[in-house]
Design a protein around this ligand. Structure first.
Ligand SMILES: Nc1nc2c(c(=O)[nH]1)N[C@H]1C(S)=C(S)[C@@H](COP(=O)(O)OP(=O)(O)OC[C@H]3O[C@@H](n4cnc5c(=O)[nH]c(N)nc54)[C@H](O)[C@@H]3O)O[C@H]1N2
Ligand SMILES: Nc1nc2c(c(=O)[nH]1)N[C@H]1C(S)=C(S)[C@@H](COP(=O)(O)OP(=O)(O)OC[C@H]3O[C@@H](n4cnc5c(=O)[nH]c(N)nc54)[C@H](O)[C@@H]3O)O[C@H]1N2
Ligand code: SF4
Ligand SMILES: [Mo]
Length: 709
């Protein structure tokens, strides 16, 4: 069995055995190797040119194969973001009403002393009333959850369930393959059929698109499955514009064709899968006509794709996270993930499936985060868990025996929940509570920072050490600091070290330096540290065709079509089609299905305040098909209200071919205060969760759209 994601207990000895890199003073003129910190599958290797201590240019490292010297437009502008005149450069204390954004500078000592005193007072009553809120503003393992996690573990604060992005898909993969593993990204360059499924590669996974283009030049056929006619869909040979949340139905329709035409790889199924009779029975309930009606497409489209999938070798599926942001997202990922085994696509280096490669990385999370520091009650209970995706509801929840204490303090870092969490009316009312004590570590005065009691200035990727895994490729990247911290900015790690000292936490782990933390992040035998120091990246040893002979990281080594562990969480052990919470229904009060994928020049809500990028996006928009627009008297360029019972999102209508009838696309994620009338698309999204992974259902959202005069 392939040793992916092996459980790695905390081993202090192994960490100490590593040699420590010599910290050198920052060079004044140099080209420094780093890593893109953003939540993007590409994890590019950066080269930053420094002149006179100032970072003047950030470009892609041509020596790193996946980056190939190319960056997206956003990160090419990284110096504009770093030297932005609105960077928060001193600690700030709120002087106006919550949300009003009125602050005055204070010293670090004053801010940290007051924060520590407030947290201590709450912790004396119940540390679980304190909640960290963080996500992937930086994907760095050190400025992410290292000292911060140690701090909250030692404190006994509520734990945060970090579900906002990928947990439905990751859970589905764990139930199917045993971990988030799949094809090597570079192998797509030699595929003959590439199905780009729930992914706008040009916008969100640019470096994969380069491999797909290489394959296309060698004769490959590209198929895109996406409700939206994205720039990626436009450049594929075929586009199946299915209704949101119907991917499992499409997968079953394809399986039905494979079974009834006997286009199956019986030997692969017999040797390397479990549960075929049950999956087959499920798939046989889905004649293509039924699947086509559910997906809102033509049966011929499904038949053609099934034929191509069975007859083109190697055939590869690049799944991305778009399809798992609906109620049945976990089951949908499971259904699609079964397809490559049916046709034996895994036998080929350039065949198979990739959603995420993160499971290949031997991360030592326990070493970094130290869950062993958590206090345990006499009954062995650890602090409660709060789901970040329902922060709106949970901030408004009073104390109760089932919930525990009301949330009294929030410490936010690497995230902008007031803009990105679903159902913003609830989120805003929670953050607006006068009795909530909120600390935000940030680069900028974001929508969330406006609700803080203290804003603490954090360093950017050019100003700190970090180490990175990827969820697209399989290389580890090291990020060296390029310039001195701007103003009084401190690293996240330094801020939590300083807070730990004031809280009286004396464990030696709170003194680990950032370079030591970089070395603790991965199993030392799997990552070539010397190569990281010299090249800035180091590939993991991943087999060319990892599942050609089964060897999935499941207990049996097989791909699990049927997984009885699902019964324990009240789920069907075999994937199924689960309709959306809010399906398209022309007769309903809110007849349109809204999805809200990213605007290309923003990264979630990051970069919205970088003017040159915002100028490209111009304004918040909702895309409508001509038929839906006409029915409502809406013309291209009209200001419209997108609404439902949760709220109102004001934006500009773009009428054209990007939206299919019945579906509208509200592109994300604007800062509310830079949007129209202080709103963004999450005004209307819901806090309902997915079937697996307790994830949000951003793309499962019924709305109506109306012209504003
Ligand atoms: N430029 C840019 N790049 C980004 C980001 C960004 O904000 N901007 N965000 C980053 C992050 S955090 C993530 S998680 C990834 C997100 O990138 P992806 O993993 O690709 O996910 P999404 O962009 O959410 O959705 C991808 C596509 O799925 C489509 N889609 C929506 N609903 C469905 C459905 O039900 N079925 C199918 N088949 N398709 C559907 C959307 O229209 C979209 O084009 O990208 C990362 N990269
Ligand atoms: N409607 C809708 N909503 C969505 C999505 C969608 O597709 N549609 N996508 C969802 C997804 S996939 C995701 S991943 C989430 C993303 O949500 P978040 O993880 O909150 O991502 P960002 O909005 O980029 O905010 C990250 C913040 O971290 C800050 N930051 C960056 N680096 C550092 C650092 O080193 N230190 C500190 N202290 N701060 C730092 C940045 O300045 C930025 O303000 O949004 C989700 N929300
Ligand atoms: S956001 Fe993605 S494509 Fe852009 S530089 Fe970073 S890793 Fe590369
Ligand atoms: Mo994400």
């Amino acid at each position: 069995m392939l040793a992916v994601n092996p459980p790695t207990p905390y081993r202090a000895a192994a960490v100490n055995a590593l040699h420590t890199p010599v910290s050198q003073p920052l060079p004044n003129d140099a080209v420094v190797r780093g890593a893109c910190p953003h939540d993007c599958p590409d994890t590019c290797a950066l080269l930053t040119t420094v002149a006179d201590g100032v970072a003047v240019q950030v470009r892609g490292n041509p020596a790193h194969p996946a980056t190939d010297g190319v960056l997206c437009t956003k990160v090419s502008r990284y110096t504009e973001r770093t030297y932005h005149p609105e960077r928060v450069l001193t600690p700030l204390k709120r002087v106006g009403a919550k949300g009003a954004g009125q602050f005055e500078p204070v010293s670090w000592d004053e801010a940290l002393d007051d924060i520590a005193n407030r947290l201590k007072a709450i912790a004396r009553r119940d540390p679980q009333a304190i909640l960290p809120y963080s996500y992937a503003g930086t994907m760095g393992l050190v400025q992410g959850e290292s000292i911060a996690a140690r701090f909250f573990n030692r404190l006994g604060a509520s734990q945060l369930d970090r579900t906002i992005c990928s947990s439905a898909g990751a859970t589905a993969l764990a139930y199917t393959y045993g971990a988030s593993v799949g094809m090597r990204i570079e192998a797509f360059a030699d595929s003959q059929l590439i199905i780009i499924w729930g992914s706008n590669a040009i916008g969100s996974n640019l470096h994969f698109w380069r491999y797909a283009q290489a394959a296309k030049r060698k004769g490959a056929k590209l198929v895109c499955i996406d409700p939206r006619r994205t720039e990626t869909a436009e450049r594929c040979h075929t586009h199946l514009a299915i209704l949101p949340g119907t991917d499992a139905a499409l997968a079953f329709g394809l399986m039905h064709e494979l079974i009834t035409n006997d286009w199956l790889d019986h030997a692969y199924i017999a040797a390397h899968t479990e549960g075929w009779p049950a999956l087959k029975a499920r798939a046989l309930q889905w004649p293509v006509e039924r699947a086509a009606a559910t997906c809102g497409i033509d049966a011929e489209e499904i038949k053609r794709l099934a034929y191509d999938y069975a007859h083109t070798k190697p055939a590869a599926i690049r799944l991305n996270y778009g399809m798992q942001r609906a109620r049945g997202g976990g089951n949908a990922v499971r259904a699609v993930a079964c397809l490559p085994a049916l046709v034996g696509a895994w036998r080929h280096t350039s065949g198979g499936f990739l959603l995420s490669s993160s499971g290949f990385f031997p991360k030592q999370r326990a070493a970094l985060e130290r869950p062993d520091l958590r206090p345990q009650s006499d009954h062995g209970a650890v602090p409660r868990v709060i789901n970040m995706s329902t922060i709106g509801a949970d901030l408004n929840r009073p104390a109760s025996p089932s919930f525990g204490p009301a949330i009294e303090a929030l410490v936010v870092y690497n995230s902008n929940p007031v803009a990105v969490a679903p159902d913003s009316p609830q989120v805003v009312s929670g953050f607006g509570r006068d009795d909530l004590f909120t600390v935000v570590l940030e680069h900028f005065q974001t929508d969330t920072a406006d609700y803080a009691d203290y804003v603490l200035p954090a360093t950017t990727q050019l100003e700190h050490w970090d180490i990175h895994a990827s969820y697209g490729h399989t290389d580890v990247l090291l990020n060296r600091p390029t310039i001195a911290p701007r103003g009084q900015a401190k690293t996240n790690t330094e801020i939590f070290r300083a807070l730990a000292a004031r809280m009286g936490f004396t464990e030696p782990c709170f003194s680990d330096t950032d370079e030591t933390l970089c070395q603790q992040a991965f199993a030392s035998d799997a990552v070539d540290w010397n190569r990281l120091l010299t090249d800035g990246f180091a590939p993991l040893a991943v087999p060319q065709a990892p599942f050609a002979n089964g060897q999935f990281p499941t207990p049996s080594g097989k791909c699990l079509f049927e997984n009885s562990a699902l019964l324990a969480i009240g789920q069907d052990p075999v994937p199924d089609y689960i309709p959306n919470w809010e399906p398209v229904d022309p007769a309903a009060r809110y007849p349109l299905a809204m999805i809200s994928p990213p605007a290309r020049q923003f990264l979630n809500s990051t970069f919205v305040n970088v003017k040159s990028l915002r100028d490209i996006e111009q304004t918040p928009v909702v895309e409508l098909s001509p038929v839906d627009a006409e029915a409502r008297g809406i013309r291209d360029g009209d200001t419209v209200d997108v609404f439902n019972d949760r709220g109102h999102y004001v934006c500009v209508a773009r009428v054209g071919g990007r939206a299919r009838p019945g579906v509208v696309n509200g592109l994300g994620i604007w800062w509310r205060k830079l949007g129209l009338r202080g709103t963004n698309v999450n005004e209307v999204t819901s806090q309902a969760l997915t079937d697996m992974g307790r994830a949000p259902t951003f793309y499962d959202c019924a709305v109506e759209v109306q012209r504003l005069d």
